[in-house]
Design a protein around this ligand. Structure first.
Ligand code: ADP
Ligand code: GN1
Ligand code: MG
Length: 370
C-alpha cells in the first residue's frame, strides 16, 4: 500500500482552502481511511481547519459512487436541518470540492482524496464514559435515522456490497480459514470454533427480512461512538460523520453497531479480556435514547429484534477482524502484530456476555413495544 504521505503535498495543492496551508498531520482513530487535519492561516482570523481523507482503496472500489452518495445525502440532510432551524454547517457534513470542481481529487498514484470543513467546538469520543454521553450519541443516531426516513433509497449506490450480510461474512470467514494464507489459523482455533458454533445465528436477521418482518431503510451502518461529534460544552450529538456506508440496511444494524462499540468500558482492542464486559445499563440508556431520536418510526418487530442487532453486529465484526487477521491485515489498519486478533477477542467476549444476559436485553427492548 502506498503511504498517503507520499502524495500529500500534491493533494494539498489540488484544493483551495481559502487561506495558506500551514500544515497537515494525521488525525483520529478511524480504521479505514487515511485522515489528516489541515491547518490554514486566514489573514483576519485564527486557524481554520479541514479534514482531508484518502479513501481506503481496500474498502471502497468506486470512490465516484461513494462521493455521489455522500454529496446527495449531505445535501439532503442539510436541507432538512435548515428547514428545522438548525445550523447546516455544524450539523451536516459538507464536501469541499477540489479546484477542478470534481467531487474528489485523484492523485498521481491513483489515491482518491476528499475534504470536509472541520466541525469545530466538538469532541469525538472513543469510549462512553457515562450513560448520559452514550444516550446523547443514541439520540443523534436515532435522529439521523429519522431524518433519512424518506430518502430515496434506490438512488444510493451500495458502496460495499453485502456490507452487513452476516451470511456472506460467514462465507468469507470460512474461505479465509480454509485458505489459511499465513498459517495463522492454528493459533486461533478457539475463536474459529466460537464462530462455527454460531453459524445459525448469522441468518436470524436476514431470515426475518426475507420473511417480510423487518423493512429495509436507509441506514448509516457504521454507528461507532467515534462517528458522532459531540458538542464540547453540552455533550449533545452535533454531527454524524463517516457517511461512507450510508446504504439501505436494517435499523438493527445501526442500533447494534453502537452497542457493540459503546456499551462497555474498554477499548475495542483491549488485551485484558477481564476488563471487557457488556454494561447492561449502557444498553438500556442507549435503547431509550435511540428510540427517542427516531421518534416512533420503528415497528414493534424492529424493536423486538434490537438485541439481535447488538449480538449480530458484534459477532459479525469479530468475524471480520478474524478474517482480516487470517488474510494478512489488508483491510483494517493495524498498529501492532496480532491487532485484529485482539480486536476479534474483545468482540467475542461481548457476544458471550450478551448471550449470558439475553433475557435482560430482550426485556429492555420489550418495554418500548407499542
Ligand atoms: P474512518 O472511516 O477511517 O473511521 P472517519 O470519517 O470516521 O474515518 O474520520 C476519522 C476521524 O476524523 C473521526 O473519528 C473524527 O475524529 C475525525 N473527523 C472526521 N470528519 C470530521 C469533521 N468533519 N470534523 C471534525 N472531525 C472529523
Ligand atoms: C470500521 O471506518 P471506521 O473505523 O469508523 C469499519 C466498520 C467496523 C469498525 C470496527 C467501512 O469503522 O464496519 O465496524 O471499523 N468500517 C468499514 O471498529 O469497514
Ligand atoms: Mg470512523
Amino acid at each position: 500500500m502506498v503511504q498517503a504521505e507520499q502524495t500529500l503535498q500534491e493533494v494539498l495543492g489540488a484544493f483551495d482552502f481559502g487561506a495558506p496551508v500551514v500544515g497537515a498531520i494525521r488525525y483520529g482513530h478511524g480504521h479505514i481511511n487515511d485522515t489528516f487535519v489541515v491547518h490554514t492561516q486566514p489573514e483576519d482570523r485564527c486557524c481554520c481547519r479541514f479534514i482531508l481523507q484518502r479513501m481506503s482503496a481496500a474498502a471502497f472500489k468506486r470512490p465516484d459512487q461513494l462521493m455521489e452518495n455522500i454529496i446527495n445525502v449531505t445535501d439532503y440532510l442539510g436541507r432538512q436541518i435548515q428547514a428545522a432551524g438548525g445550523d447546516r454547517s455544524r450539523e451536516a457534513m459538507e464536501v469541499l470540492r477540489p479546484r477542478d470542481g470534481r467531487p474528489y481529487y485523484t492523485d498521481s498514484l491513483g489515491g482518491a482524496w476528499r475534504v470536509y470543513p472541520f466541525v469545530e467546538h466538538t469532541v469525538c469520543r472513543q469510549t462512553a464514559d457515562t450513560p448520559e454521553l452514550f444516550a446523547a450519541s443514541g439520540r443523534a443516531f436515532g435522529r439521523f435515522q429519522r431524518l433519512l426516513k424518506d430518502y430515496p433509497a434506490d438512488t444510493l449506490h451500495e458502496t460495499i456490497p453485502l456490507f452487513h450480510d452476516t451470511e456472506d461474512r460467514l462465507k468469507k470467514f470460512k474461505a479465509a480459514v480454509e485458505a489459511d494464507a499465513l498459517g495463522r489459523a492454528k493459533d486461533c482455533q478457539t475463536e474459529i470454533g466460537f464462530v462455527l458454533a454460531r453459524e445459525a445465528d448469522c441468518s436470524v436477521a436476514l431470515d426475518a427480512m426475507r420473511a417480510g418482518k423487518l423493512p429495509l431503510r436507509v441506514t448509516h451502518n457504521d454507528t461507532k461512538l467515534n462517528n458522532v461529534l459531540m458538542d464540547e460544552e453540552t455533550g449533545e450529538g452535533v454531527c454524524i460523520i463517516d457517511l461512507d456506508t450510508v446504504m439501505p440496511g436494517l435499523v438493527l444494524y445501526d442500533f447494534g453497531d453502537s452497542i457493540r462499540f459503546g456499551a462497555n468500558h474498554s477499548a475495542e482492542d483491549e488485551r485484558d479480556l477481564s476488563k471487557v464486559r457488556l454494561d447492561v445499563d449502557l444498553f438500556a440508556a442507549y435503547t431509550a435514547a435511540f428510540l427517542e431520536g427516531v421518534e416512533g418510526a420503528l415497528t414493534d418487530a424492529e424493536i423486538a429484534y434490537l438485541p439481535w442487532g447488538a449480538k449480530l453486529m458484534t459477532l459479525e465484526c469479530g468475524m471480520r477482524f478474524l478474517t482480516d487477521h487470517l488474510e494478512g491485515d489488508h483491510y483494517f489498519h493495524i498498529a501492532r502484530e496480532g491487532h485484529n486478533l485482539d480486536r476479534c477477542r474483545t468482540q467475542f467476549k461481548l457476544v458471550a456476555d450478551m448471550e449470558a444476559r439475553w433475557t435482560e436485553l430482550e426485556a429492555i427492548a420489550a418495554q418500548y413495544r407499542k
